[in-house]
Design a protein around this ligand. Structure first.
Ligand code: GLU
Ligand code: ZN
Length: 470
């Protein structure tokens, strides 16, 4: 049997972590079974759907290299097909027109609540209308079985059963003539010959309803995998503050697509204690059975850690291209030539930064002279005279003949002794003066990357600034 799965997002917002994890699990399952993945856009809720979200779904999937084999099918373009099925169900006496007014349904609900019963449609019109009066408003309802149970096997949770009496005759076509969500899903899954469905657990309650319609249409029932939700680190609902509202934001914030894939696949799926698994390995070993039953917690720090591991192993070429693109977008457009300086910089920062943006930012400090205010120095260094130290550094560097890490270390030590200032304070001063930042890799390594002239130019600038206090 050929495996056919689908990713069926509703374009009512940007794709977030949970949505893309469902896409990833469907994709991995399909790829591991050499099946077919269909992309389907469920946009029948016209008040909430927006085409910009459809574009963003495609863009995220492309960024993460989650390719699909067919589609995107757009539900609002298939309305005729849904209506055909509604007519089929009516003609087979498996659906009926319901003329109940809002008022009647409201008073029904109230009286059921008053009796302590779960509100549900009472089947008032189910066997009533032989002759239709279509000048009155109506909806079409599916004749759900009244007795018995509807059971299905969920790949994660095992067998799940619902008593049919709990499921009322759901509306499949509204008064405005539009088919409803559950009907569209069923018709699409049937037409597209879907064999396996991977989706969020919030759909578990829809599953028996959809199965009953599928059965009424003599359609085979797909195999279901309902994926648990993702919570925030606190154990509560994952908030907008904790996750990017749009997965593409991670791209803009310097995350590698491979790291995102690695992190989200592990978010709810167990594979021993191994933290880093690449996509080819995943394609070979992924199975829906190892998806965890319990909710997972989104941990941004962990995501950063995973990203750092992938950055460490990224080629220099990739980092350089990224750098060029981002620096060219900046207003400074520094002229960065490929050469030993760039290579040393990459070596220095690749193992320290957990996002590509941090690497770019650090490069910025080398190529663009960033000024710091006098106050910044004073805040960091409580030395008698910051100016004396900087001038001494300038003097020593300008007379040195060789240029090596050892030489730089010697200079700093010499000044430390002669001015009685701790080495760490001198290093801090140099960091702020040269890079505009209090954090950097080892200062001697940093200095060694500069050539002597550009270094002296920057120190001179610091001296002027300190002297004239601007
Ligand atoms: N459109 C639904 C959603 O975005 C998914 C429905 C399904 O996969 O069956 O939640
Ligand atoms: Zn009715």
């Amino acid at each position: 049997m050929k495996i056919i799965t689908r990713f069926a997002p509703s374009p009512t917002g940007y794709v977030h972590i949970g949505g893309i994890r469902t896409a990833l699990y469907s994709w991995l399952y399909t790829r591991s079974k050499k099946g077919k993945l269909i992309l389907r856009i469920e946009d029948t809720d016209s008040s909430r759907s927006n085409s910009k979200y459809i574009d963003s779904i495609a863009a995220v999937m492309k960024w993460l290299s989650l390719d699909w084999d067919e589609g995107p099918y757009i539900q609002t373009k298939r309305l005729n097909r849904y209506n055909e099925y509604v007519s089929k169900l009516i003609n087979a006496n498996l659906a009926y027109k319901c003329y109940c007014t809002k008022e009647r349904l409201e008073s029904l609900r109230k009286s059921q609540l008053a009796q302590g019963i779960k509100p549900k449609y009472d089947g008032h019109c189910r066997n009533k209308y032989v002759y239709y009066n279509d000048s009155k408003e109506y909806v079409i309802r599916f004749k759900n079985p009244i007795n018995g149970t509807t059971s299905f096997y969920d790949n994660i949770r095992g067998s799940i059963s619902f008593r049919n009496e709990e499921l009322d005759d759901l509306i499949i076509k509204r008064t405005n003539g539009l088919p409803t969500y559950n009907l569209c899903v069923v018709v699409d899954d049937l037409d597209m010959e879907i064999t396996h469905i991977v989706r969020g657990e919030e759909h578990i309650n829809n599953t028996p309803r959809q199965i009953n319609i599928l059965k009424a249409l003599n359609s085979p029932i797909p195999i279901y995998t309902h994926v648990p939700i993702i919570l925030g680190n606190s154990g509560k609902k994952l908030s907008k503050r904790e996750q990017a509202t749009n997965v593409l934001e991670y791209k803009h914030n310097g995350f590698l697509p491979e790291a995102i894939i690695n992190y989200i696949v592990k978010l709810g799926w167990t594979y021993g204690n191994k933290e880093l698994i690449n996509i080819n390995e995943l394609k070979a070993i992924f199975n829906t059975k190892s998806i965890r039953k319990s909710a997972s917690k989104f941990d941004y720090e962990k995501l950063l850690w995973v990203n750092q591991q992938y950055i460490k192993n990224t080629s220099d070429k990739y980092i350089i291209e990224y750098l060029y693109v981002s620096l060219n977008k900046s207003k400074y457009k520094p002229n960065i030539k490929y050469g030993s300086i760039l290579k040393s910089l990459i070596r220095l920062y690749k193992t320290r930064c957990n996002t590509l943006n941090l690497i770019t930012e650090s490069f910025y400090q080398f190529y663009i002279d960033s000024s710091s205010s006098n106050e910044t120095y004073i805040n960091y260094i409580e030395a008698a005279s910051v100016l004396d130290i900087v001038e001494a550094i300038y003097k020593e560097i300008s007379i040195t003949k060789s240029w090596s890490i050892n030489m730089i270390t010697e200079i700093i030590q010499k000044i430390s002794i002669s001015l009685n200032i701790a080495v760490c304070n001198i290093a801090m001063l140099l960091r702020i003066g040269l890079l505009g930042k209090a954090v950097s890799p080892g200062i001697t390594q940093v200095i060694n990357i500069f050539n002597k002239e550009s270094l002296l130019k920057r120190i001179k600038k610091v001296i002027t600034m300190l002297k004239y206090n601007y």
